[in-house]
Design a binder for this molecule. Structure first.
Ligand code: ADP
Length: 638
């Protein structure tokens, strides 16, 4: 017999060791130590690890659920058994109490006393019959009357083969004790009936003297029969632990605790339990369950687990034991708990799986995004490099262009100057002539002034000197103009009246026009027109045009040049026309091409440079249609 730890219950010896408890841990522990078991980098290993972990968890959960359910079911069984044991005690006690009152009643019965005092046959027979009826009615095993010597004089079973009548029960403890102290209770195995029972005995007295003993034997067949109808094996044992009443007949007169050999021999000698060997009940405490039972007989109970509860049977020294089978409740609770655990586990595994899969997906998305971002950044960096290279190239080109432009501008300036000097060569003679005239006049007026002074005509001399001053001024203006024209002038824009520019040009080419008898018509409209130009450069344009026109008119009579200007919407349109032969065809076809000239001494640059000068001011320069040559300029109005 093995006693399991924490046991208040019994279990078959072979079933000791609750096999499934705590097995989950050893399974999972090595898995935790597996290399790469927890790694999330190697994906297949990770899934395998999760799978093993889930399996281990499942096993652990199942074990825990079983253990928990078992404990819960056992406690439930115990609660039910404690209620049941109370009922069983009540049943047994009511049977005992019922039988216990009988000897008291019969001890006072006049019929019983009369039979002892006057034991004639008719009286005895009448008592026998009464006892028989009484036993039948109270379900007593037997009721019988002993005389003071212990001889049976009347018995309820007087008609049966095992009739007690005539038997000597003076050796029975209940007789001796009743005779001594008045009453006794004694459980014993019937020597004649071979049926066990509880004997209640009471002394009968006459005038204070004992005259006999009335005995009621309570048998518990009916109680045992009742108990057998329940699923829980039940038995009642006396103070020594010997089973007296049991739902399993084979357990009767077995011991719940080991009885020492000498005590056992003594009991056997007393024939209290016949020749019953008083062996131990076939019950083993369970090793790890609160209560289990191993029964050898009947075999149907062998190996089953039970919760044992006990309760004292009041008014006796007995203890009633009830063995409540655990299997149905445990099986039910275990199945329910395991199902629930399985459901929870599936839900848990599902959730974890979902969570892991979701995390994976997010990680993958993040990785893809990071990759895409890196690619994009690389492309942007590459493109930025290309762009900055292109930018550098462009900057270089812009710088180059700027330098070229500067060089071009310088060249342009040089060209303008060259063209101007070329014109200057042509106009120098006429300007010299223009100057010569006042210089000759000055000489004459000076001579005259001296003579007037000699004559004392001071006022006339003074008038002559004033004329000389005017003439000198005129010469100064002409030479000044010539000097300004010859100077290399910067193309700086300023606001200047158009008339001033045209007058300047007229001054330079005036002699040439007069030489050819050419009339210059200038019509600048009613109001003064100012333009935003570089004045000397615009003057160069007009000098060119007037010079060309004069040359084209040549010796023709009635030569006429007309300059007409009109201001309109911020622009000034100037037309320079002549009544010469007009532009030759070849010049018209290659107009504004450098070096196109019909003159033997010409450079073919005048028109080209005039157009460039006007373009510099933001104006236009072109040739129009007319009987002679027509040139049209537009200039920004100031
Ligand atoms: P150049 O005077 O040195 O020849 P230009 O560029 O000033 O150079 O003139 C180019 C040519 O255009 C002249 O050679 C001439 O044939 C023609 N031309 C210019 N102005 C006139 C004009 N008013 N009438 C006729 N032909 C003209």
């Amino acid at each position: 017999m093995t006693l399991c730890a924490e046991s208040r219950t019994l279990k078959p010896a072979g079933a000791c060791g609750f096999s499934h408890g705590g097995r989950g841990i050893p399974v999972t522990t090595p898995l935790r130590d597996r290399p790469g078991g927890q790694g999330s980098k190697a994906r297949p290993v990770s899934w395998l690890f999760l799978g093993v972990l889930a399996l281990a968890g499942l096993i652990g959960l199942d074990a825990a659920a079983r253990r928990g359910a078992e404990r819960w079911a056992l406690s439930e069984v115990r609660v039910a058994a404690e209620a049941a044991v109370g009922l069983r005690v009540a049943m047994l006690r009511s049977e005992i109490e019922k039988q216990r009152t009988l000897p008291q009643v019969l001890a006072e019965d006049p019929g019983v006393l009369a039979a002892l005092e006057r034991p004639d046959e008719a009286r005895i027979l009448a008592l026998d019959a009464r006892l028989d009826v009484l036993a039948g009615a109270t379900r007593a095993g037997a009721i019988y009357l002993l005389d003071r010597e212990g001889m049976t004089i009347a018995a309820s079973n007087y008609l049966t083969p095992e009739s007690f009548v005539g038997n000597d029960y003076s050796f029975r403890p209940y007789f001796r004790r009743s005779m001594e102290v008045g009453q006794a209770e004694h459980f014993a195995f019937g020597t004649v009936s071979h049926r066990p029972g509880l004997y209640f005995s009471r002394r009968l007295e006459k005038d204070g003297q004992p005259i006999g003993v009335i005995v009621v034997k309570a048998e518990f067949d009916a109680v045992e029969e009742e108990w057998r109808r329940f699923a829980e094996p039940t038995y009642a044992a006396d103070e020594r632990g010997i089973v007296l009443v049991a739902s399993e007949p084979a357990w009767r007169f077995r011991a719940t605790v080991p009885i020492p050999e000498d005590q056992r021999a003594e009991i056997r000698a007393s024939l209290q339990f016949g020749d019953a060997p008083l062996d131990l009940l076939p019950i083993r405490p369970a090793p790890d369950l609160p209560a289990t039972v191993l029964t050898l007989a009947p075999p149907a109970l062998a190996g089953q687990d039970f919760v044992e509860v006990d309760a004292p049977v009041p008014t006796t020294g007995w203890t009633l034991h009830l063995l409540a089978p655990t299997a149905p409740s445990v099986a039910l609770a275990t199945t329910a708990a395991r199902s629930l655990a399985l459901l929870l586990a599936i839900a848990g595994i599902g959730s974890v799986g979902f969570w892991v899969a979701r995390r994976r997906r997010l990680e993958e998305e993040r990785e893809q995004q990071a990759l895409a971002r890196r690619e994009l950044e690389a492309r942007v960096a590459e493109r930025t490099m290309e762009l900055s290279a292109a930018n550098d190239r462009l900057r270089g080109e812009i710088e180059e262009r700027r330098r070229t432009q500067v060089a071009l501008n310088e060249m342009q300036d040089e060209l303008v100057q060259a063209s101007k000097l070329a014109v200057l060569g042509q106009i120098a003679a006429s300007v010299a002539h223009e100057v010569n005239q006042p210089v000759a006049a000055i000489r004459t007026f000076a001579e005259n002034a001296r003579q007037f002074l000699d004559r004392g005509d001071e006022s006339t001399a003074r008038a002559n000197l004033a004329i000389i001053g005017d003439l000198t001024e005129r010469v100064g203006i002409i030479t000044g103009e010539l000097r300004d024209f010859a100077r290399k002038t910067p193309p700086e824009i300023s606001r200047v009246p158009l008339r001033e520019v045209i007058d300047g040009a007229r001054l330079l080419v005036g002699h040439r026009l007069r030489q050819g008898d050419i009339v210059l018509d200038v019509d600048l409209g009613p109001e003064e027109i100012s333009v935003a130009v570089a004045p000397v450069r615009l003057e160069q344009v007009f000098v060119n045009l007037l010079q060309n026109a004069a040359e084209a008119i040549g010796e023709r009579a009635g030569g006429r040049i007309r300059i007409e200007a009109r201001a309109d919407n911020g622009r000034v349109t100037v037309t320079v026309s002549d009544n010469g032969p007009g532009l030759p065809q070849e010049v018209r076809e290659a107009l504004f091409m450098p070096f196109v000239t019909t003159k033997s001494t010409g450079l073919g640059l005048g028109l080209v440079i005039s157009r460039d000068i006007v373009a510099e001011f933001g104006g236009t320069f072109g040739a129009g249609e007319g009987p002679g040559a027509v040139f049209t300029l537009t200039l920004p109005r100031a």
